[in-house]
Design a protein around this ligand. Structure first.
Ligand SMILES: Nc1ncnc2c1ncn2[C@@H]1O[C@H](COP(=O)(O)OP(=O)(O)O)[C@@H](O)[C@H]1O
Ligand SMILES: [Mg+2]
Length: 369
């Protein structure tokens, strides 16, 4: 197998006819999702479990094992015993940090290759990829195959390193072009990025991180908060096999685009449902916490718990917050009412760990806590 020579974008051979129904339904679902997003007054806060979950699932496609619960517990000071699991969690937290960094950066200027390198540096900050030319495009040949197998047994060999700058330049220009349909364009942007494979590691995760950014810049979303990894993880084999076909035959593009649009259509509906469930939970808990505590601190406390659904009391802090004894009383009322549960009893210097289980279960779409 030789290094692949990709096509330049825009592609010539996309057949629009068969895609039209899917284009329509995927755009409709995404617009519906965006409507839900626009109805949430503070989506960064309320949907923060979904952002963490995206980081978990996108990293899982890469092979990490940690769960949303593991990450949230880690943040509350509960470290897993296995070193591997700790590394996984750190990678996931880097991923989430990179997502937020990207959201901020796009407020200043449009997406560009320097931002991509910055995001790569954040993603691989002091984890397994630290020797993987952090924040730099590759200057050596890489290949995709089973772990620790030589290039002779590769499934796919991305373009020669000398060609990477030229293909990235073409890719970046295409990203900013006006094309007939932005979702089809995004399918192509993602796949071409994976084909170029410009980094030594982290290409899959960065390629997936671009999805909400692109949709936001193309104004299909009011905020860069649409996450596709749940679908891609669930259909991991199909995802990878479609990508692999693109390196084998130029006829494979239509099938890839169909797969991608199906994913957007499905995931936009699923995410809209989740976002609505989280919002409904927030509204209900707000009433309950106010009624229970009659406290001016009810809403700020609830907001803090949404940002940190697993927590120790000492970790909840905000401006003008109540005294510690009052915090203890408030949490104790919530505990008696079953709104929060004790995840781990305190002992010695270790504080009690509480969990807002309903939020985690709602974000996961099933009972996990
Ligand atoms: N045959 C292939 N052709 C192109 N891209 C592929 C192929 N197989 C897998 N991929 C992409 O490569 C990613 C893995 O590359 P890698 O650099 O290890 O990224 P990460 O570390 O984020 O998983 C997969 O998630 C997938 O998006
Ligand atoms: Mg990898």
């Amino acid at each position: 197998m030789k290094p692949f020579v990709p096509q330049k974008l825009p592609l010539e051979q996309v057949e629009w006819g068969p895609l039209i129904p899917l284009i329509a339904s995927a755009n409709r679902s995404l617009a519906f999702f965006d409507g839900v997003l626009q109805g949430i007054s503070n989506p960064e806060l309320l949907l923060s479990p979904l952002t963490t979950q995206e980081a978990v699932l996108s990293s899982r496609i890469e092979g990490t094992q940690a769960t949303l619960g593991d990450v949230l517990k880690f943040e509350a000071g509960e470290k897993p015993s296995e070193v591997q699991r700790q590394e996984d969690i750190r990678e996931i937290m880097n991923y989430r940090r990179a997502l937020r960094q990207a959201e901020q950066a796009l407020k200043q200027k449009p997406f560009n290759l320097n931002l991509l390198k910055d995001l790569h540096a954040t993603l691989l900050d002091s984890v397994r990829g630290r020797n993987m030319a952090r924040g730099r495009f590759r200057t050596v040949q890489n290949w995709i195959g089973l772990p620790n197998t030589p290039i002779e047994q590769a499934h796919f060999i991305p373009p020669e390193p000398e060609l990477v700058p030229e293909y990235l330049d073409n890719w970046e220009k295409y990203y900013h072009m006006q094309r007939p349909d932005a979702l089809v364009q995004l399918a192509i942007v993602h796949a071409q990025f994976e084909i170029i494979h410009p980094f030594l590691d982290g290409n899959g995760r960065l390629g997936r991180m671009i999805i909400p950014l692109f949709l936001y810049e193309k104004r299909l979303l009011s905020r860069p908060m649409f996450y596709l990894s749940a679908f891609l993880e669930e259909h991991r084999e199909a995802y990878v096999s479609h990508l692999r076909s693109l390196g084998q035959t130029s006829d494979a593009w239509n099938a890839w685009i169909e797969f991608f649009l199906t994913g957007v259509e499905h995931q936009a509906r699923a995410n809209a449902e989740k976002a609505r469930n989280i919002m409904a939970l927030y509204d209900r808990l707000k009433e309950e916490v106010i009624t229970l505590t009659h406290s001016q601190f009810a809403v700020p406390l609830l907001d803090k718990m949404f940002a940190h659904p697993v927590f120790q009391i000492s970790q909840l802090s905000w401006k003008n917050m109540p005294t510690r004894p009052m915090m203890n009383t408030l949490i104790s009322k919530l505990k008696d009412a079953g709104i929060v549960e004790v995840l781990r009893r305190g002992s010695g210097r270790r504080g009690q760990v509480f969990v807002l289980a309903e939020l985690i279960n709602t974000a996961e779409g099933k009972k996990v806590v």
